[in-house]
Design a protein around this ligand. Sequence first.
Ligand SMILES: [Zn+2]
Length: 415
Amino acid sequence: MLKNLDQKIIKNCRLCNSKKTFNFLDFGIVPIGNNYNKTKNASLKSKKFPLSLNLCKDCLHCQLTVSVNPKILYKTNYTYLSGTASSFINHFKHYKIWILKKTKLKPGSSILDVGSNDGSCLINFKKEFNICGIDPAKKPSDIANQKNIYTINDYLNHNSKKKILSKFGKFDLITSHNVLAHIEDNITTFNHIYDLLKLEGYFCFEVGYFLDVLKNNYFDTIYHEHIDYHSAKPLINFLMKINFSIINISTNKSQGGSLRILCKKSKNKYISKQSKNFLIKENKSQLITFKNLNKWSNRINLQVSKLNKIIQSYRNKSIVGYGAPTKSSLWIKLLKLNRKKIQYVVDDNALKVNKYFPNSEIKILPTNNLLKNNFGLIIVFAWNFEDDIIKNLKKMRLKNISVIIPLPKIKIYKL
Ligand SMILES: [Zn+2]
């Protein structure tokens, strides 16, 4: 049974506070993606929550209809480590070059990373800058501190803000990657960030770009941890309302498509010409419209039923999964996978291995289990690492096996 404290219905738009919201997508009740459990019993008892999306009719922001209590979402079983994906490590290396060019930050300046995870971003700035991280997840924070990256294990709230200010003072740059769509009280958090900046200080953040999700049909990036599904227009309106100047808006391929916004706490509020042009281009795409969003759920159903047909055609062969990212829980639900249909799923993240998927009897085993070669089909849940995974499978010299990539287009490799 769900208690009232476990979840909160989100009535108003989280960016403009409008009450006029409209539901355009509903996956039903889904387990929390990262809630892997040590025992089958605990797994089967794990809670499930509604997963559906609303559009704000006033500012066109998209958001979940229900938010799960962050204590349930993050505290116990949170296993995501940015440092485990090599593509992410590269992303941060490029990010450092880009941000130093844009902000002309001098060595010795101070940088705060909000949602710093295991310190994968901050480690690049460690030598020349004063760095501080803050993250509510315990395990990643511990890992960062072991690497001598000063990290506070907490949410950014009134108390942690005071602690940061007394140790570091205000910051020249505050950065945040794929975090701000997770935060329950986003308006307060953005205000805290504003308070923590020096005058003329920069705030640069990346969030998933909902236009890329729509364009590419990446519907499995919708999960309880992401409360907001951002596009530039509603976000820029919101940032300007809380007094930020907008310096630059860009997109990049990180995490299936990200939106990067560079803003500034300046004396006089302004928006750059580049940012205005970005907004015009976004508006022209016509992706976030009632008409387009209404059609999206049919497109998703079509993709899922195609996949189910393919999986059905392998029913005489044993099936395994590759990768246990957060999104795999949605796939397990949509493809109606259970222990009878799928033997196990492999993943090399030490925090996930030998655990069970939430609300399921399916177990996660180390990747070298595939060497047993006693199956006919691999479903790749971590399809965003398609190239790396196929390379890895070829190295293992597996024979007579089909590999399904479920998104963005269904692809089948024969090994
Ligand atoms: Zn709104």
